[in-house]
Design a protein around this ligand. Sequence first.
Ligand code: NCD
Length: 493
Amino acid sequence: MSESRVANSLAGRSTISVDDLSLEDIRAIFDTADGIVQDRPSYYGSAAGRIVATLFYEPSTRTRLSFEAAIQRLGGGAISTWDVSASSVSKGESLADTVRVVGAYADVLVVRHPNEGASKLAAEYAPVPVINAGDGGHEHPTQTLCDLYTLRERHGSIKGLNVALCGDLQHGRTVHSLAFALARMEANIVFVPGAGNDVPDYVLRRLERDYHAHIQRERLGILSALFDRPQIEDGPATVNAIYITPSEPHQLAMSSVEGTTLEYRVGSGESLSLYVTRRQTERGSGGAGGQYPAVTLDTLKGSQFENISILHPLPRVDELSPEVDWDPRSLYFRQAAIGIPVRMSLLWHTLGLGGEVDAARKRPYEQEVKGLRYSHADFDCSNATCISNGEGRFATPQFEVVRDEEYLLRCLYCDQETRGAYVGNTESRFYYPSELLDRFRPAVRPEHVRFHRTEESAEAAGFKRASTRWDNLPARTGDAARRWLDTAVGCGR
Ligand code: NCD
């Protein structure tokens, strides 16, 4: 097996976000998966004596069973707590303690948990690598590997492929991870949400900020076939389309002004995939009586859908009719079956089974942060289901400072952004609205800045309100208008 150089780079590493995998890592995982598909017996025995522990705090069929089958097909073994009520979790044991204990029994932990950021916390505490098998409504990177492998197998290249992500885009962790990967691989994405299930702003902003995505609103166009009633103008009739590698028709669309009635369409020769998902009712996604995109044979009858593929991470409820199962365009059972070679490959690389020196050693989890890091204990993530709130005794607050219309702190556990409406200056002990940071010169040094969500919390931390006269300090112009964040990035790392 010749992948040892690349395998080295994954050995001992945790996979928490799809962003933890470079394009080279993904290529290496797929190359090995290809090898497994062609000749599975030659991999049998490579993980002899190795154990994977699956810690599932939420129900699962595909993910848990395919990880357990994958390690067994490599000749290793699996231990599992799939019913946490039968483990010490029911006695109140924390995740941080559980993974330290189980990490002594196994070589890799596969963790699914209802709180966003749980797998990152697990990776910070476990003595062995952790693989995120779904953390709340946040990410599900190994499902993305299965999705990408299936798309690649069917369409050849991901670059330039059009993918319509449909359904519960708000809570769908598979959708979030897939969108980040597709953007990185230069696919075009269109979001087709159910009523009330729009893709969260923090996901859109990350697509723009980290992947330089071009986002514009369009009318559903050919995708209105996914809804059973004609769409009203300002309802779900407009969707966010993201163009990374625009080809002719999209360039046309991009050059237009806002408010035009451009319709989503796919140019001739371009491929389209529909990625359908169920409503995540367990995360509070109500029916709301609104429209939800669904695929039936009737939806697919137009010539524009002749050469598409249909994917679904499964389980399905009623958004994908069983009559489509026999249609050659449907790939979802293949996509589920792909879970075996893809997860065998990921485990093979993570366990360093390519024969690398030191492969068994866990490498500390290092999350790449492009901007300014911020980790002061007096700022909490506003996402109530973030693990940093659930296991506050173990999770150190960690944020990236980002600037949209205002200063926001992106939680490095759950990705969600919390408004840092006020800042206190630890030198002067005064606090003021955070947008004033951009106006004060010389720029406040990042180590003196303490963000607060409210005036009350700034005051509780001992800051005094700076005179409200400053609130009207005029915005700077010209070169002086550089934002505080731009000057702080670099000196605050
Ligand atoms: C998904 C999940 O758990 O997020 N299932 C899976 O792992 N294939 C999708 C879902 O539950 O809707």
